[in-house]
Design a protein around this ligand. Structure first.
Ligand SMILES: O=C(O)CCC(=O)C1=CC=C[C@@H](O)[C@@H]1C(=O)O
Ligand SMILES: [Mg+2]
Length: 371
């Protein structure tokens, strides 16, 4: 695979409804797309960053700079790439900037699968023909709005409800949901809103038989999470703390996490995600695929990685209509009434990017050609 042209597109898509977490509210997704053009195919990747550095340190601006000034020149200089694993190896000297790395590596995985004439899922070693999915629900000012959302998505078949919590909107919210909906599969995501001083509040969540509590403590911690896990019955699931295979290895060894939310962009790409998958499978740590409110391009990559065998819990890969009036792929990602997504078998990501819709939501373009 030799890139003849790489196109970066800044994208801005308005969410159907605001999405509130413990660290802020999103109404518009500012992200970017990467297109890697070889003489035969186009590979697509998504930069799952946001406009503001609130989930991680990366933004559209930081990623654009790292891609334009470092990663794309490295790719052009390298020339021929025979397997997408080589992209991560090439980028290894660049510190962090995982979402920037992941966006271009994901495009090479798409290219590679298209070149082999197989689905991205198969190229990754996935075997599932369907994946089970859940849904992530933002914080609502009025709990009746949250009730309505849970009701709506249960009816649509989603396999588990992820409820955002924050101090003051935690125990009473989960209790009210249990009283209203009984023992439905449910988890809480705190997005680092608590500290060890809040252990008594977090211990109260133990009474609600939650599947897990996601990232209760600091975004860059695995020590305090190990201390907390010893005091909780409910499994801790790390998200923001896990940026690499090494982070996962240490967190598992310390007992900081019993489940991991895999986000391809956060760990630097699909190759690293596969390595973490194999480690977790060996250690008996279940995985599920998290989301970053992706467009259909990133959503397609998430569907593919979820076909690996140790993705045993429903993830956050909802259908396109969860967030978008119209998605930029055809067909859109659909969730069946049984809460599953049928894995596309077409070569590559399996969904077709729609040029006129991509253009419609493009706010800036950068084209780098070989030569
Ligand atoms: O993409 C989805 O549907 C899930 C989105 C989601 O829950 C999150 C996205 C980004 C940061 C957080 O708000 C949260 C998470 O931590 O998983
Ligand atoms: Mg999370």
């Amino acid at each position: 695979m030799k890139a003849e042209k790489i196109v970066l597109r800044k994208m801005s898509m308005t969410l159907k409804a605001p999405f509130q977490t413990s660290f802020g509210t999103q109404t518009v997704r500012d992200f970017y797309l990467v297109e890697v053009h070889t003489k035969d195919f186009i590979g697509y990747g998504e930069g799952v960053v946001s406009g503001e550095p609130l989930y991680s340190e990366e933004t559209v601006g930081t990623a654009w700079h790292i891609l334009e000034d470092f990663l794309i020149p490295m790719i052009m200089e390298k020339g021929e790439i025979s397997h997408p694993d080589e992209v991560g190896e090439l980028f290894a000297p660049i510190r962090r900037n995982n979402m920037a790395k992941s966006s271009i590596e994901g495009a090479y995985w798409d290219l590679y699968a298209k070149q082999q004439g197989i689905s991205l899922a198969k190229a990754l070693g996935g075997t599932k023909e369907k994946i089970e999915v859940g849904i992530s629900l933002g914080i609502e000012a009025d709990i009746n709005d949250l009730f309505r959302n849970v009701e709506k998505y249960l009816e649509q078949g989603y396999r588990r409800m992820k409820i955002k919590i924050a101090p003051g909107k935690d125990v009473q919210v989960i209790r009210a949901l249990r009283e209203r909906f009984g023992n439905i599969p449910m988890m809480a995501d705190a997005n680092s809103a608590y500290t060890l001083k809040d252990v008594d509040i977090l211990k109260q969540l133990d009474e609600f038989d939650l599947m897990m509590i996601e990232q209760p403590l600091a975004h860059d911690d695995i020590i305090d999470h190990a201390t907390l896990q010893k005091q909780l019955k409910t499994p801790i699931c790390l998200d923001e703390s896990i940026h690499s295979y090494e982070d996962a290895r240490k967190a598992i060894e310390l007992g900081s996490t019993r489940i991991i939310n895999m986000k391809v962009g956060r760990v630097g790409g699909l190759s690293e995600a596969r390595r973490i998958h194999d480690l977790c499978q060996e250690k008996g740590v279940p995985l599920w695929c998290g989301g970053m409110l992706e467009s259909g391009i990133g959503r397609a990559h998430n569907v593919a990685i979820t076909t690996l065998p140790n993705f045993v819990l429903p993830g956050d890969t909802a259908g396109s209509s969860r967030y978008w009036q119209e998605d930029i792929i055809s067909p859109e990602v659909e969730v069946a009434a049984d809460g599953t997504i049928t894995v596309p078998q077409a070569p590559g990501i399996g969904y077709t990017p729609v040029p006129e819709l991509i253009e419609k939501y493009t706010t800036a373009v950068k084209v780098v050609t070989r030569g």
